[in-house]
Design a binder for this molecule. Sequence first.
Ligand code: GDP
Ligand code: MG
Length: 438
Amino acid sequence: LSDKLQNIFKNLKSKGRLTETDVKNALKEVKMALLEADVNFKVVKNFVNTVTERAVGTDVLNSLTPGQMVIKIVNEEMVSLMGSEKEELKLRPSNELTIIMMAGLQGAGKTTTAAKLAGKFAAKGRKPLLAACDVYRPAAIEQLKVNGEKLGIPVFSMGSSQKPVDIAKAAVEHAKKNGNNVLIIDTAGRLHIDESMMEELVEVKKNVDVYKTVLVVDAMTGQDAVNVATTFDERIGIDGVILTKLDGDTRGGAALSIRAVTSKPILFGGMGEKLSDLEEFYPDRMASRILGMGDILSLIEKAEASVDMDQAKDLEKRFKKADFGFDDYLVYMQQIKNMGGLADIMSMIPGMGSKMKDAPMPDEKSLGRIEGIIYSMTLEERANPNIINPSRKIRIAKGAGVDISEVNRLIKQFEQARKLMKQMPGMMKGGKKGMFGM
Ligand code: GDP
Ligand code: MG
């Protein structure tokens, strides 16, 4: 840890619980941030209420201010809202035809995204076919063809004099005949939601076995994203959303709005005009982008790591004790479990991570058994494991209700842990700096 951070985390003291005033004050800022990110105001209102409910009375984490604590909770809620049921765009098995229909307003990025998706599927070994069902803009057919050509993916079209539903039906036949197992139907959009557009999509869905309907939304749509998403979902039913133009400078509040209102998953994010610019959607990155408080969030992250550091320092003290016994070992195992495994702890120390690959990661159950065994030892045995002879082992095993081999294993692991410490460079040598360099 740098000096600066050390200063921040100096004199750690619990700040007690979050009061209503703490929460209210911090949420004022959050509210502004969300509205600036173009999150729908109703969504903001609901969201803020949810967070208030959760936050008031929560313990403030060591080393965070109450305001930071609230933002931490806000961030967690946003991530869970946008990603708790993260779904992929699943396809049918490859011996069946999966039909995907693109929907969305004009200019949202349907045609481009249809091609991007086809490219992704092709890269995974599928045989996609693109169908040009936007008959209102002749240029749209051409655009799809050009994109298909760039990717080496066939495009089915019938010009602009046929009805979209008929083109879609013919495309299905074409796909079946040619061994395509994914059909992506590009459709027409309008500048605004309009009844005949919806009608057309409903027609296609009625006549063609659409497996997934994907709504394409321009991330810059802002406040209106909610209306777009709800209307499309109510009228034609959507299975997921792709948010385009995230490469722009929009904070992307539409993601939160859409997810909150439709609870449909955001499947991908469009990151540019190139056909490779389609990325998986990362709720945590999106949350931090919408919140626009990257600095505070990384500070919070570091603060969380420093809580681990406190524990780690405590561990180190136990390590250093010359008379490291089973009681210490138990606490040591419990801490490792709390901190997510020894390997994780060691990865905080440069050069140590790889050495710890096989370090134990106790789970609840094995920890319970270890406890049982250790509690069956006398205090003397715990403090001085060397005296545990075979007859003592038998007694301990009986007391804990386990097989003697388990007692032997535990003793072996204990000894390994002791040995491990001796191998750690610098760590056991004392001096001012310990293994965590603090
Ligand atoms: P459609 O009317 O819904 O079919 O939209 P298009 O696919 O024709 O896209 C409209 C415009 O947005 C085109 O100029 C695309 O190149 C552009 N576009 C689409 N997706 C993205 C994206 O993720 N990032 C950027 N920067 N531009 C995009
Ligand atoms: Mg188009």
